[in-house]
Design a protein around this ligand. Structure first.
Ligand code: ARG
Length: 459
């Protein structure tokens, strides 16, 4: 057990206590960030004359040596250290001796861990954003290719009105676009540097905190040292945004699962993204979509966990905060995995356009348009609604669709119907007449696609 704080103790730490307290098993994940932060710290210390140039160079060389050795497998980050900070410092002292003991001048593990976690999270926010962007690229491609692929739009999972596959995919495009804007917000708000806050009350050394912030690509230094060491808001915001991504992915997954059923057959998930059954030879299961849907709970769990951990913690740092890591790491890795797999799944999925179109035709998705036709022929909407309701009932009874009725049959129910009713309720007309921005009509969709193409080019 290598510890940084033996001085005031007369007894060894109990082994169980040591194990319970240690965080190295999970905080070793940010060894790079820890070293990067230390390099910035000593660079600043030398600039301020707190360390000599020579001491700085020796420390930085030592730190880079540790980094290289860990990276190339020569140095193992073992559980013999309490945390990643102890590991790096102890190894530095082993390597370079006396100057290594000056690394921690003007710093506490409280501001150090606050920095490491921020550096780590900041990179992950960017990676999440890049994965979201790949998904958006894929969605936009599907949209561009399916401007006239008709399908039923649903409410209550009942066929409602005809739309296109482009329009349906466009709904998810907007969701994931908002998710990206949340990443940008989080990045911007979290991008302040806590280093130099010390344990809680700053330090007595003449640190240049703005300089450290600049070295680490932060917009500025944080403005209150107590808040700096105990702020985990950015993690809560990130976990909340990750939860929203999972909520979106779970809705999309659910639709893919439904569309992939024998009953719907709107899509076929590629063999490479499906799994079989050990007993039923005919099965091809949408396990990936189900797992994505299922893992949503785990990400929500991480958010709830951290919110609960942070509740009621007095200022400033308290050890509870060490609990911010494991579930957050798990949530980040889970969401990144889900985004990558989901993008792969939809880019290899086949859309059964004929099935979609015939499903849109059967199910009276054009009933609203039939009513609108009557309104355009002088019938009040409420009366038109009643008339079309009777038409639907008649069709159900005869087992036909609205476009299969003869003109005589139409006119028996309302004389307002003319020959042009067939054109008015054709799938193409139903969709094409919806020309307001945001609607499925081709012209409107083309505008949206162009705007979103531009967005992807610029963001
Ligand atoms: N492992 C600790 C954490 O994750 C590092 C900070 C320790 N600070 C302390 N005063 N014990 O929060």
């Amino acid at each position: 057990m290598a510890q940084l704080w033996g001085g005031r103790f007369t007894k060894e730490t109990d082994q169980l206590v040591y194990n319970f307290n240690a965080s190295i098993s999970f905080d070793k994940k940010f060894y790079q960030q820890d070293i990067r932060g230390s390099i910035a710290h000593v660079t600043m210390l030398a600039k301020q004359g707190i360390l000599t140039e020579e001491e700085m160079t020796q420390i930085i060389d030592g730190l880079n040596g540790i980094l290289k050795d860990v990276e190339e497998g020569r140095l193992e980050i073992s559980d013999n250290y309490e945390d990643i900070h102890s590991f790096v410092e102890a190894n530095l002292i082993d390597r370079i001796g006396e100057p290594g003991k000056k690394l921690h001048t003007g710093r506490s593990r409280n501001d150090q861990v606050a920095l490491d976690m921020k550096l780590y999270t900041r990179d992950e926010v960017l990676e999440t954003d890049a994965l979201l962007k790949s998904l958006l690229e894929e969605l936009l491609k599907i949209m561009e290719e399916n401007l006239d692929t008709f399908m039923p739009g649903f409410t209550h999972l009942q066929k409602a009105q005809p739309i296109t596959l482009a329009h349906h995919m466009g709904a998810y495009f907007e969701m994931f676009k908002r998710d990206r804007s949340r990443m940008a917000d989080i990045y911007k708000r979290m991008n302040t540097c806590p280093l130099g806050s010390g344990a809680l009350a700053g330090t007595t050394y003449p640190l240049d905190r703005e300089y450290t912030a600049q070295l680490l690509d932060f917009d500025s230094a944080t403005l209150n040292s107590m808040d700096s060491v105990s702020d985990r808001d950015y993690l809560i915001e990130y976990l909340s945004a990750l939860s929203t991504i999972m909520m979106h992915l779970s809705r999309f997954s659910e639709e893919v699962i439904i569309w992939n059923t024998n009953e719907y057959q709107f899509v076929e998930i590629d063999d490479s993204y499906s799994t079989g059954s050990s007993i039923m030879p005919q099965k091809k299961n949408p396990d990936i979509a189900e797992l994505v849907r299922g893992k949503t709970g785990r990400v929500y769990g991480a958010l709830m966990s951290l919110l609960t951990t942070m509740k009621g913690i007095p200022l400033a740092y308290n050890k509870d905060m060490q609990e911010d890591k494991e579930l957050t790491f798990d949530a980040i890795d889970t969401v990144k995995g889900c985004l990558a797999l989901f993008t792969g799944m939809i880019s290899t999925m086949t859309f059964n356009k004929d099935r979609m179109e015939s499903s849109a035709k059967n199910g009276f998705t054009n009933a609203t348009d039939a009513a609108d036709y009557l309104v355009n022929h002088g019938v009040a909407f409420r009366d038109a609604h009643g008339i079309v309701g009777r038409l639907v009932l008649y069709c159900i009874d005869k087992g036909i669709s609205l476009d299969e009725m003869t003109l005589e049959e139409y006119q028996k129910i309302s004389p307002a119907f003319q020959e042009d009713i067939y054109d008015a309720i054709s799938m193409k007309t139903c969709v094409e007449k919806r020309t307001t921005i945001g609607a499925p009509g081709q012209e409107a969709m083309k505008q949206v696609i162009a705007a979103n193409r531009k967005y992807l080019e610029e963001n």
